[in-house]
Structure formats: C-alpha cells, structure tokens
Design a protein around this ligand. Structure first.
Ligand code: NDP
Length: 236
C-alpha cells in the first residue's frame, strides 16, 4: 500500500471531476476538491475557487497544503463550453472559454509546479477533449482551448521532467454529464453512431485513466495524450 498523496482536483463536485475525486478517495489518497457551487464528494476537502480568479486558486492551494501537505497530484478538470457557430461567436464566448479552460489551467499548473519542484516529484493531469484534436463545428473556442492543453502539457513534460514531474493529457470523448445533457436527442444519436463502442462513456471510465496516470505504473509516461473516447478519435 502506497502512502496517501495530496491530490487536488478542480471542478470535483460534479461530472468527470467528481468521479476522479471519488476514485482517488477510494485509493486512500488525501483529496481536495475545488468548486464554485459546492457539493464535494464525501471524504474530500471542499475548497471554494474559481479558476478565472488567480487569488482564489492561491488560497485553495494554501488550504489544501495546510490540510494535506504539498500537492503531489494536480488534476485540472474544471471547464466550460459556450458553443455557437463562428460568425455568431462573441468576444465573450471566446474569452470566457479560453480564460477558464486554458488560462485557468495555466494558473493552476504554475502554482502546483512550485510545490512539486520542491518535492522533486509530481503528476500533472490535464483534462482536454477529443475535439481538441479533431475539431468540432460550433466549438472553435472550446477546441482551441483544449488543443492548447496538449501544447501546455508537452512543454511542462519537457520543462519539469528532470525533476520527476510528469505532465499528461486525458482526452475524453462524449461522457454522460451535465455538459453533454444539453445536447438534443438528434445530436446525441449522431455522435453515438460515430463511436466505435457505440455508446457514451461514463465519468468513472475517465477517472480510471487519470488514476492510472497518477500511479507508480505510469511513472515513465509523460507528454502523452490518452484518449478515453470509445475509439471516436482513432487516428489522431
Ligand atoms: P460539468 O459541466 O459536469 O462540470 C464542470 C465542472 O467544472 C464543475 O465542477 C464546475 O464547477 C467546474 N467549473 C467550471 N467553470 C469553473 C471555473 N471558472 N472555476 C472553477 N470551476 C469551474 O462538466 P464535465 O464533468 O462534463 O467536464 C469536466 C471536464 O471534462 C471539462 O474540462 C470538460 O471540458 C471535459 N470534457 C468533458 C466531456 C464530456 O463529454 N462531458 C468530453 C471531453 C472533455 P461548478 O459546479 O462549481 O460550476
């Protein structure tokens, strides 16, 4: 049995983030979860933070580290969509998605790396999306933010690798959560028909890949993009 690690999951109150937090709790780790709206799973330390607000991120890390010690595993999961076709996409649709999904993740990794560099170990896991690599009509902002995470992780892998810190991306396909609940039945069927496994994924299936990336078994994996998409993105 490994000793418990200090794990921080953003957006760990709902959907994929919640399943990730629950999976680390089941592993026996010390898990802090950030949320804006509350409702962290049982067994997690709940911290209020908005990833668009740098001060609230610093405060969340300070609280997590007071309770559990330096954050050894960061899962940057918080994300939003603001879908619309290009010609209707406002500056705000663009900047809110980039600020949350891409710049928010930058703020998190910059703070997390501080402690990991001192520890001389760490696991950084960024939650991207299949559409970051394939593109998607109506998601110019979202796809740009999610492909940006791949460049970010690969740069982190090179910069932090010599200190035994890995940085990887998990790219989920279509997963049953609040985010995809807004799609019409017709859209859902259209997507399902393109997935080789012919179904949506579950948040727990994404969590499985994240927990593995944080495990000793994945110590030599860095700069990787792990798809959890039922085969939708094969060929990326
Ligand atoms: P949900 O909409 O169910 O949950 C989003 C989470 O992100 C919530 O916990 C929310 O917190 C948090 N969040 C959003 N904005 C902020 C912010 N500014 N600051 C802090 N937290 C914030 O989404 P999913 O669980 O479906 O998605 C999780 C991640 O997985 C996202 O990055 C998403 O892009 C990605 N993804 C999802 C896929 C899917 O099919 N569902 C597919 C591919 C990728 P709060 O409750 O407080 O609002």
């Amino acid at each position: 049995m490994n000793s418990p690690r200090s794990v921080l999951v953003t957006g760990g109150n709902r959907g994929i983030g919640r399943a990730i937090a629950e999976a680390f709790i089941a592993e026996g780790d010390h898990v802090a979860v950030t949320t804006r709206s509350g409702g962290a799973p049982q067994g997690a330390l709940e911290l209020k933070a908005d990833v668009t607000d740098g001060e609230s991120i610093l405060a969340a890390f300070a609280a997590a580290e007071d309770a559990h010690g330096p954050v050894e595993v960061l899962v940057a999961n918080a994300g939003i969509t603001a879908d619309t076709l290009l010609l209707r996409m406002s500056d705000d649709d663009w900047s809110s998605v980039i600020d949350t999904n891409l710049t928010g993740t930058f703020r998190l990794v910059r703070r997390a790396a501080k402690g990991m560099l001192r520890l001389k170990r760490g696991r950084i896991i960024l939650i991207s999306s299949v559409v970051g690599l394939s593109g998607s009509p109506g998601q110019v902002n979202y796809a740009a933010s999610k492909s940006g995470l791949v460049g970010m992780a690969r740069s982190l892998a090179r910069e932090l690798g010599p200190r035994s810190i890995t940085a990887n991306v998990v790219a989920p396909g279509y997963i049953d959560t609040d985010m995809t609940a807004v799609l019409s039945d017709e859209q859902k069927e259209g997507i399902r028909s393109q997935v080789p496994l012919a179904r949506y994924g579950s948040a727990a299936e994404v969590a499985g890949a994240v927990v593995w990336l944080a495990s000793p078994a994945a110590a030599y994996v860095t700069g990787a993009v792990i798809p959890v998409d039922g085969g939708l993105g094969m060929g990326h």
